[in-house]
Write a protein that binds this ligand. Structure first.
Ligand SMILES: [Fe+2]
Length: 359
């Protein structure tokens, strides 16, 4: 199929000359004014435009600037045609994005060679762009695939660790879901806006499953003990937070996403801190506890109460859990977060398929 060239010139002699020279190899569309050329470009996409510079009403520069400012036409290569051979004119043509410049009257071989070279070059550019787009798409698909694999490995590993203390296996997925729900709810209420950006919430959800990985280093006898832990056993149990942080730093410490690594480490280390400073391992209080860990703490405690564990039955009804948790307002939990969480009861019932009619 022949390439299409739009020739724009108010001089009919030039138009027919260009047409005669080019038509054996190309399909020619002719426009006798800038306005006619722009009208043609509303519905056509030629492979090249030969644009006369000196035209009445709208000159070539004006036509060129309109072509370049329209997304549909801005990439069409343009060769200027002019009898004005001044260096400044030529410079301006190139500054405006012309691919080339041909002096009038045309020397047939020069015109033909510049036209064919420009079209060839533009085709290379298109091919290159296509190749770059295909590669970029492949890279994005691979990154997404790797991301999905990484997420499922993290969740799988976390599940494996959680399963040791006899939890139902839902803890990892559920706490991740609660963390996301709480963060979204806080954001929708205009709270913690500075921290709760979209990337922060995404990282927070990816980080949540890793909060208890340190439990892998806690002996079964403690992890699976049906009754209450002795003070010594509890001291050992508390170490899962520092173990978690160490493991995380070993596994993902050298990945480049510093923000994610810090968030995972914060959640792991501080999710048992309490608002009043009596938690562990650091005894941080109030806003000194990272927001991520304050959110995680609410999600974690809710799930621990809601699900059955080897050492306790599930707490029911859910309203009782909310009551227990509200008693920790300002002592165990950030008062702002717990207030919002309590108000999320209808949403929690919905995701947990709790039907009031049945209870
Ligand atoms: Fe924990």
């Amino acid at each position: 199929m022949k390439n299409v060239i739009l020739v724009v010139d108010d001089d009919h002699t030039n138009l027919s000359l260009a047409q005669r020279l080019l038509s054996p190899q190309y399909r020619i569309a002719a426009a006798v004014s800038g306005a006619a050329a722009l009208k043609y470009l509303e519905t056509h996409r030629p492979d090249l435009i030969l644009l006369d510079l000196n035209m009445p009403e709208m000159d070539g520069f004006e036509v060129m600037s309109r072509i370049r400012s329209n997304d549909q036409t801005k990439n069409i290569p343009v060769i200027f045609l002019t009898a004005d051979a001044l260096a400044e004119t030529e410079i301006k043509c190139f500054q405006m994005g012309a691919m080339d410049f041909v002096a009038k009257p045309f020397v047939p071989d020069i015109l033909l060679s510049r036209v064919s070279k420009t079209i060839e070059l533009d085709q290379y550019r298109h091919n290159l762009e296509d190749m770059v787009n295909i590669q970029a798409q492949k890279i994005a698909e691979n990154a997404m695939r790797l991301g999905r694999i990484q997420d499922s490995v993290i969740v799988g590993m976390a599940n494996l660790i959680e399963s040791r203390d006899g939890s139902t296996g839902k803890h990892v997925k559920n706490t991740q879901m609660y963390v996301k729900m709480i963060a979204d709810e806080l954001l929708s209420r205009g709270l913690f806006l500075e921290e709760l950006t979209a990337p922060y919430i995404e990282d927070l959800c990816k980080a949540a499953p890793l909060h208890d990985v340190g439990k892998i280093k806690i002996p079964d006898a403690i992890l699976q003990k049906p009754g209450k832990l002795t003070p010594e056993e509890f001291e050992t149990m508390k170490l899962h937070t520092t173990h978690s942080r160490k493991i995380i730093q070993t596994i993902i410490g050298d990945i480049e996403d510093e923000h994610y690594v810090r968030l995972v480490a914060d959640i792991a280390l501080y999710h048992h801190e309490r608002w009043d400073g009596t938690g562990y391992p650091a005894g941080l209080s109030g806003n000194n506890i990272p927001l991520s860990a304050r959110i995680m703490s609410v999600a974690d405690v809710f799930d621990a109460l809601y699900e059955e564990r080897c050492y306790k039955p599930p707490v029911r009804p859910i309203e009782r859990i909310m009551q227990i948790m509200s008693e920790g307002r300002g002592t165990q939990f950030d008062p702002v977060i717990i207030d919002v969480f309590i108000e999320m009861l209808p949403k929690l019932k919905e995701v947990l398929h709790i039907n009031d009619a049945k209870t």
